[in-house]
Design a protein around this ligand. Structure first.
Ligand code: D5M
Ligand code: FE
Ligand code: ZN
Length: 524
């Protein structure tokens, strides 16, 4: 008997204009002759139905004597799961030789059971969006807006530091007597090395600037190579005799308290954290995506009830020089239409939240508002929640800060290799958490939209920090915050080949919201 994979059923349904409940697909896949069952279901569904529901399928299957016939191993993707390990090594393999290193003794996919496989109870779910700035943009692009956004940054991040030190404004420090102890909270305005190998860091606040000297033999010198311009920090030190400079004794970052205790869900429920699908690129890995979508229909994935997409749904047009040479779909709207078709293969009941990335058709400057009405309409079939980059979303009590991740290029370029690299993207994310800002340095790769408010501040500590963009998979914990950079669904591009970027393509990190453990599924 031919095996009928759930994704093929979904695909067939969507080409005929139907969405389907996940359980309906599961039951169809388990039918003795799925193709025939599908045809009969489509004959029976009411003319105005848009969604094939479980009761439609049951009505058809109950008239079929052999509805208890066994179901084959329907999925072509191999999958391997492994518990949280910051350098996931996942097995490859292309056929039924599937491996599971998890301790769960149950087979990855059971045959025979029909109804139990994917039963979900949406009433147990809760999903709340915080900090979506879509429609809130006030920026007029005037210089004054830049002043406002930096003032807001200094006020709000500074508030996290002012309670920790005895601080004075820059203008007051300038007139304190030589030898005094001084403290200041400010934005990093400039970082320079002196002729004798010390470091001069200029801090700026609303009253002016003041230079702080980190001596090369002080313990804090190691922190200097982590500093980025425009981040907010505090310094304490001793004024030189002429009061023109202060010698740094201590440095403070807004940071995540070490005592942070993440919230967890009350039940065993999982979220797939992915990004960088790049539909429309010649390198979009359609087979890997289909395998992922098929897997989501299996019993092994039955607890995956949320999917977070951290930007770069499509390849876009004109994002990088010579990008056109590698486009499979040249029209941006057609790219989103194709993306929507791929999204329809994901079980209909999975809650999807998505933010844009630098390849998406929204403004490039951050924060990026969520997609406009026209694009929302194109992607409406799966009814995703479309929010700004960045946004915070709370899933059953677990807060997830979603940010596409363009600033990671900046952090990796500026910091020494051992502190931030493409091979360990989660460590670059730790620095953003420590600075409590998703894109501290203005200029370079990261474009900042002038706004009244700084939407890029990490105000509340998230339980999970999810980014993408660098196309490398990595995860780990920083002060109990789970940082995950998802990989991508795009094979190596010519540019990436030229600069030796070897992307982690076709992986889906799955987070258990009850334990915050991560398993990685590989589909390529
Ligand atoms: O970028 C994916 C990663 O590759 C990210 O680290 C930037 C880098 N990248 C890719 N293409 C280019 C070009 N043409 N110039 C500079 N950097 C590049 P993403 O934007 O998500 O495709
Ligand atoms: Fe990308
Ligand atoms: Zn990107």
């Amino acid at each position: 008997m031919p095996l009928e994979a759930p994704a093929r059923i979904v695909s067939e349904l969507t080409t005929r204009g139907y969405n389907a409940e996940r359980e309906a697909v599961t039951q169809l896949a388990a039918a003795p002759n799925p193709t025939a069952a599908l045809e009969r279901v489509l004959e029976e569904v009411p003319d105005d139905a848009l969604v094939v529901r479980t009761d439609h399928v049951q009505a058809v299957l109950s008239t079929n004597e052999s509805a208890d016939s066994t179901r084959g191993d329907a999925v072509g993707a191999s999958s391997a799961s492994e518990s949280a390990d910051p350098t996931p090594s996942v097995s490859t393999g292309a056929d039924s030789a599937r491996t599971s290193k998890s301790i769960d003794p149950s087979p990855v996919e059971t045959g025979g059971s029909t109804a139990a496989a994917r039963s979900v109870d949406p009433s147990k779910r809760s999903l709340e969006i915080v900090g979506d700035m879509t429609g809130q943009s006030t920026g007029t692009g005037e210089y004054g807006d830049f002043v406002s956004v930096f003032r807001d940054r200094l006020d709000r991040l500074g508030a996290k530091l002012r309670a920790r030190i005895n601080h004075r404004p820059a203008s007051a420090i300038q007139s304190m007597p030589g030898g005094s102890e001084a403290g200041m909270v400010g934005l990093v305005n400039d970082i320079r090395s002196t002729a004798s190998g010390h470091w001069l860091i200029e801090l700026e606040d609303a009253t002016g600037t003041f230079p702080w000297l980190v001596m090369k033999d002080r313990e804090y010198v190691d922190l200097v190579d982590e500093l980025l311009c425009d981040e907010v920090l505090a310094m304490e030190g001793t004024l030189a005799d002429d009061s023109g400079i202060a010698f740094v004794d201590s440095m403070y970052f807004p940071d995540v308290p070490r005592t942070h205790e993440p919230s967890t869900a009350d039940r065993h429920v999982q979220a797939a954290l992915i990004s960088d699908v790049h539909v429309g690129s010649e390198e979009f890995m359609v087979d890997a995506w289909n395998a992922f979508a098929e897997w989501l229909h299996t019993e092994q994935a039955q607890h995956v009830e949320y999917m977070l997409l951290a930007g770069d749904m499509v390849e876009g047009v004109g994002v990088y020089p010579n990008q056109d040479d590698e486009l499979d779909i040249v029209d941006i709207y057609e790219q989103y239409e194709a993306f929507s078709e791929h999204l329809k293969k994901v079980p209909g009941d999975i809650e999807i939240v998505m933010i844009p990335g630098n390849h998406d058709a929204v403004r490039l400057a951050e924060p990026q508002p969520g997609f406009d009405e026209e694009l929302r309409e194109i992607m409406s079939a799966h009814d995703p929640r479309i929010v700004s980059n960045p946004s915070m979303v709370t899933l059953e009590g677990v807060s997830v800060l979603m940010y596409h991740g363009v600033s990671l290029d900046e952090v990796i370029a500026e910091l020494p290799e051992e502190k931030a690299s493409y091979d360990e993207p989660h460590k670059a994310m730790y620095h953003l958490l420590k600075k409590r800002h998703v894109a501290p340095q203005f200029g370079g790769h990261t474009r900042l939209a002038p706004e009244e408010k700084d939407y890029l501040i990490i105000d509340e500590v998230p339980d999970i920090f999810h980014t993408g963009h660098v196309h490398k998979l990595g995860f780990g914990k920083y002060h109990n915050v789970l940082a995950i950079n998802s990989g991508c669904w795009q094979a190596q591009t010519d540019f990436q080949k030229s600069v030796n970027i070897d992307p982690d393509a076709g992986f889906a990190p799955i987070v258990d919201l009850n334990t915050l453990d991560v398993t990685v599924q590989k589909f390529s």
